[in-house]
Design a protein around this ligand. Structure first.
Ligand code: F6P
Length: 346
């Protein structure tokens, strides 16, 4: 209850690419807000498009039940970036609409569940005077200021299972299997699932690769009577391919030409972003959701809820906005993988 005695009203928005665990976070926010604090909760439709067009639904405890295990987002999402205009100038019409509708709806806070783009927008809205709280979500795990984002663990589980399945068919046919995973700037999914799935070569955007190093590694393995190899690549690594194909296709062609070995490629795509969240992601999303409401109750606005050394804390959105959490090429995990002979192409 607000000091005035009026029930506090909060909006929840889910924006950017979806990922497993968003509904668990919506539930965490909504149930804590309703059950513990008696707040009114509104679910904004389709990301920032819903705030621009004032499209929302009232969320009750009843319709927050049964969504914990669901993939995607019950609110819908979009890639709408309200501050981005078609020209060089910063858009002002859409942010003005968002502000107008925030006031019309008499919101006390807008909880923005999203990745880097969403958190950047959330920071700009906070600078305009709106009470905003960010919750970090993305399979890419590249949000600065938090140890991990929900969605990542589920994606690593799916990618690892895919790699596991490639081993048997690669072995039967004595082939080099190349699997391309998501991650434009950050190779977290490839690093974790590459290690978990026993990838022989792992290529990530943070470590530039040399083709001759990959070729030598695969030839050495073949000479050592290793019948097959698995190459795990993040989609964002350098792609010298001229035909607009995937980087997995490019590497597949290059490797078969240079080694004479048979290759096949798999692009896992949206399968790694869909479906039910892992138990770890359900827990993390729930902790973030409840943590965000505690921040509202403490008037701790303009911040992102975050995980630091196992604890839920808050970080100013201004510190998070515009930064990416990338893999340090000297990260102990990279070095440990190198210790067991994994090739990073460098
Ligand atoms: O959510 C992050 C991400 O999965 C990236 O790794 C991926 O390249 C991108 O989204 C693609 O999403 P969309 O096609 O929905 O823009």
């Amino acid at each position: 209850m607000a000091k005035s005695g009026k029930r506090q009203r909060i909006g929840i928005i889910t924006a950017g690419g979806d990922c497993p665990g968003i509904n668990a976070a919506i539930r965490g926010v909504g149930k804590t807000a309703i059950v513990k604090y008696g707040m009114e909760v509104f679910g904004i439709s389709d990301g920032f498009t819903g705030m621009i067009n004032k499209e929302f639904t009232v969320l009750t405890e009843r319709n927050l039940s049964g969504i914990l295990t669901l993939g995607g987002t019950i609110l819908g999402t979009s890639r709408e970036k309200p501050y981005k205009s078609d020209g060089n100038k910063r858009e002002i019409g859409k942010p003005a609409k968002i502000k107008e509708h925030y006031l019309d709806m008499e919101l006390d806070c807008l909880v923005c569940i999203g990745g880097n783009g969403t958190l950047k927008t959330a920071n700009l809205l906070a600078q305009e005077g709106l009470n905003v709280i960010g919750i970090p979500k993305t399979i890419d795990n590249d949000v600065w200021g938090t140890d991990t984002t929900f969605g990542f663990d589920s994606a690593v589980n799916i990618a690892t299972e895919a790699i596991d399945r490639l081993h048997s068919t690669a072995n039967s046919h004595k082939r080099i299997m190349i699997i391309e995973l998501m991650g434009h700037h950050a190779g977290w999914i490839s690093l974790y699932s590459g290690i978990a799935g026993g990838g022989d070569v792992i290529l990530i955007p943070e470590i530039p690769y040399k083709e001759e190093v990959i070729v030598k590694n695969l030839m050495d393995r073949a000479s050592a009577n290793k019948p097959y190899s698995i190459v795990v690549v993040a989609e964002g690594i350098k792609n010298p391919g001229k035909n607009g194909g995937s980087v997995a296709q490019y590497l597949s062609g290059m490797i078969s030409e240079e080694t004479g070995l048979e290759t096949r490629e798999t692009v896992l795509g949206y399968i790694q972003r869909g479906g039910s969240p892992s138990p770890m992601d359900r827990v993390l999303a729930t902790r973030y959701g409840t943590g965000a409401v505690e921040m509202i109750a403490n008037n701790d606005f303009g911040k992102m809820v975050s995980l630091r050394d196992g604890k839920i804390v808050s970080v100013p959105l201004a510190e998070v906005a515009g930064k990416l959490k990338l893999i340090d090429p000297l990260d102990p995990m990279v070095l440990q993988a190198k210790n067991i002979g994994t090739c990073f192409g460098d």
